[in-house]
Design a protein around this ligand. Structure first.
Ligand code: AP5
Ligand code: MG
Length: 189
């Protein structure tokens, strides 16, 4: 089983690169952000709760998102592994993921840290906001998302370094070059 954590700040390319590598490795893709946006679209209770956090650029409470992740994982069809996109985002979530996989006789294979300078992140997300209009892609909410990333999510870099699973990826530049670097990191593990 190949279980990949794709990690990075908002706009670093987690979703874009996940799409490019799922087929190549026969993986399932879980994006917690996509799961939540689908709930919002379907007007569920969970969607209504999620919207309050997403619109403020804040993270959902750990217990709630961990439950969502667990049931999404249980609902997956057979695959050669999973790419986790946007989860974990806190140390508590990383510990929960480790335990959840251990209960299934599995583990995280590698954590890919897509590293992109902040001015480029802002540029990408503002552009997407103009084009496709994700509700949280406006300057004020993007700034909050970046602050939350630095305070709550970036500490996972050291956590995964200690686990011996960390791989740095330069996330700035051509999509194809980034994908090549990701594949090298996956195959080097
Ligand atoms: P989530 O949906 O995960 O959003 P995010 O982390 O803010 O990241 P994005 O999806 O915006 O960016 P991405 O890294 O996927 O980049 P993308 O490939 O799209 O989370 C949204 C919200 O949900 C959170 O704020 C929180 O409220 C909640 N949530 C989700 N998970 C949670 C959790 N675990 N715990 C608690 N709450 C949670 O690329 C971005 C743009 O850049 C695109 O337009 C793309 O075309 C472009 N682009 C990509 N690569 C390149 C490149 N190399 N060069 C130029 N442009 C590029
Ligand atoms: Mg995404």
């Amino acid at each position: 089983m190949l279980n990949i954590v794709i990690f990075g700040a908002p706009g670093s390319g987690k979703g874009t690169q996940s799409e490019r590598i799922v087929t190549k490795y026969g993986l399932s893709h879980i994006s917690t952000g996509d799961v939540l946006r689908a709930e919002i679209k379907n007007g569920t209770d969970l969607g209504r709760t999620a919207k309050q956090y997403i619109d403020q650029g804040q993270l959902l409470p750990d217990e709630l998102i961990i439950d969502i992740l667990a049931s999404t994982l249980d609902g997956l069809k057979d695959s050669k592994g999973v790419i986790f996109d946007g989860f974990p985002r806190t140390i508590a979530q990383a510990e929960a993921l480790k335990q959840m996989l251990a209960e299934r006789g599995q583990a995280v294979s590698v954590m890919l840290d897509l590293d992109v300078p902040e001015d480029e992140l802002m540029k990408r997300l503002l552009l997407r906001g103009q084009q496709s209009g994700r509700a949280d892609d406006n300057e004020e909410t993007i700034r909050k998302r970046l602050t939350v990333y630095h305070s709550q999510t970036a500490p996972l870099i050291d956590w995964y370094k200690k686990e011996g699973l960390y791989a740095h990826i330069n996330g700035l530049g051509e999509l194809e070059r980034i994908t090549t670097d990701i594949c090298a990191a996956i195959e080097g593990k």
